[in-house]
Design a protein around this ligand. Structure first.
Ligand code: PFF
Length: 524
């Protein structure tokens, strides 16, 4: 018979809140959010954003924390086991839980690489390596492409630096997970989160006190820079795309609907609060997003480039804004290498506390369902994810990251969120669910949320799933926006993703078969 080992636990309540907030506060807050807001109506984006936060995000946070703590009580730290604990009679529900390991793993394999660029640029900034090309965006672009190995130029003639920084970042991630929940993830969050806020606050104050750097262009000032993001374009509200973008951003930024919070919450004990802890993590994330994230990159770029060029910059996407425009902006102010360092180090810290959370569901799955120790589980995860990262690195620019982001970071999210909501309200039953959420709670949730969770959240999710599928899902599946040259690579990615999903489902099957056999042997 197998003997179940004691599961790990968090060191303190502040520790888990910081770890969940660490997962939530990421590249999404400082790069994705400002770009999404600027592209989707500025201030008008904030209306669907906050509606999605209150009707979708916060309910899902409570659902996922509660399901996680419930599953943890049965020794399951990942979605297949948690779902199975709720609906024991259903033989298939655990396979739906596979999405809760698959999604985070897929995000992990591209997120870590992007995170390593931030680390590299923080060093480049201190060394002044890009300062000679920060005058024009084309030079900055060549620098980035040279670094990534997309072209050979006077800045780089191979991608050795990129690979080196990837290795450092990858090893840093694996080491943190290796030291476990309390000794690794919690400890990292307690150091990195305050540091990250300090970096962000310094940058925000610097940007907000830039005034009007070019006296010949008085309208290119900080107030108008903030206005670019905040002045509402109400016409945008009639556009389904804006609502989709807002709901998508809420999911992504809260790290919700993917199984990561479920895994973190599985290390709680039954009497631990989930209501206030969940809300505290949401509050921390929203401060980092709406106050800090919104006040750095867009206003800074606005005052140096003006409204017209800003439109084009916002359209060019989050990475260009972060790695091309921002160094150009910072290069024009005194102490530019220090501020450049702060910016990229901020991105790196935000990234690393998120990527360790993406690795944990797979590690918890191996530990809990195969009853192997953490060190071994982390070693297996490290080998597999390292191999999976290689195509992303060496086939950059071939559409792989977009494809992985679509299936792992968008499709899986909405689907998983829908499944967990339905399980929660129908299989658990709303009365029991309400009681379960409130177990150990130091705060009562307003009654209206009973109605919201039961009717509004699932309806909103179906609506989003349907619209999103028609507007973005179908064109993406049919590869409408993929160039002919990249299609074979995208197909290759899809086959790879299918194989990964099937392997994970097969592992679930084996794990449960082994458990059944062990039970039978024990009862003989
Ligand atoms: N919330 C992170 C960000 O804003 O960058 C990204 C993320 C982390 C998404 C973990 C999903 C997840 F499970």
């Amino acid at each position: 018979m197998q003997i179940k080992k004691q599961r790990e636990s968090w060191g303190s309540r502040v520790g888990i809140i910081m770890a969940v907030a660490g997962s939530a506060v990421g590249l999404g807050n400082f790069l994705r959010f400002p770009v999404q807001a600027a592209q989707n109506g500025g201030g008008a984006f904030m209306i669907p954003y906050f509606i999605s936060l209150f009707l979708l995000g916060i309910p899902l946070v409570w659902i996922e924390w509660t399901l996680g703590r419930f599953g943890g009580g049965f020794g399951h730290g990942s979605a297949p086991g948690a779902f199975h604990s709720i609906w024991r009679k259903n033989r298939f529900i655990k396979y739906f839980g596979v999405i809760g390991i698959f999604g985070p793993l897929i995000i992990f394999i591209y997120y870590t690489y992007i995170e390593s660029w931030a680390l590299a640029y923080s060093v480049f900034s201190l060394l002044g390596k890009y300062s000679s090309c920060a005058g024009t965006s084309s030079a900055m672009q060549s620098f980035l492409h040279g670094f990534q190995g997309l072209e050979k130029n006077s800045y780089f003639n191979n991608m050795a630096f990129a690979y080196l920084f990837f290795l450092i970042t990858f090893i840093a991630n694996i080491s943190v997970i290796y030291y476990g929940i309390r000794g690794g993830i919690e400890r990292l969050a307690k150091i990195a989160m305050p540091l990250l806020f300090v970096c962000a606050l310094i940058l925000m104050v610097r940007v907000l006190t830039l005034g009007t750097p070019d006296s010949t262009k008085p309208s290119w000032n900080i107030v108008n820079g903030l206005g670019f993001l905040w002045n509402p374009d109400l016409a945008a509200l009639g556009n389904a795309k804006v609502w989709l973008a807002a709901a998508g951003q809420v999911f992504f930024t809260l790290s919700v609907g993917i199984g990561v919070i479920l895994t973190y919450a599985s290390y709680l004990s039954r009497g631990d609060d989930v209501v206030l802890s969940g809300l505290s993590a949401v509050g921390t994330n929203e401060f980092a997003e709406v106050i800090l994230g919104a006040s750095i990159i867009i206003p800074a770029a606005f005052i140096f480039f003006g409204p017209l060029q800003m439109q084009a910059i916002a359209k060019s996407g989050a990475f260009d804004l972060g790695f091309i425009t921002m160094p150009m902006v910072l290069n024009r102010i005194p102490l530019s290498s220090l501020f450049g360092f702060l910016w990229f180090f901020l991105l790196f810290l935000a990234g690393v506390t998120s990527s360790v959370s993406l690795a944990q569901p797979a590690v918890a799955f191996l530990e809990d369902e195969f009853n192997i120790n953490r060190e071994r589980a982390v070693r297996i995860f490290a080998i597999v994810s390292f191999i999976l990262c290689q195509p992303v690195i060496f086939l950059l620019g071939r559409g792989l990251i977009n494809e992985l982001d679509f299936w792992g970071g968008t499709f899986s999210l909405v689907l998983f969120a829908t499944i967990e909501t339905l399980l929660f309200i129908w299989v658990f039953g709303m009365e029991k669910a309400w009681e379960e959420i409130h177990t150990g709670a130091s705060l009562g949730i307003p009654k209206i949320y009973k109605f919201i969770i039961k009717y509004v959240t699932p309806l909103f999710l179906f609506f989003i799933l349907g619209f999103w599928f028609i507007q973005q899902g179908i064109p993406t599946i049919l590869m409408h926006n993929v160039s002919a040259a990249n299609r074979p690579y995208v197909l290759f990615t899809r086959v790879g993703l299918l194989i990964i999903f099937l392997v994970l489902a097969f592992l679930v099957k084996i794990a449960w078969r082994r458990k059944r056999k062990a039970r039978e042997a024990f009862s003989l």
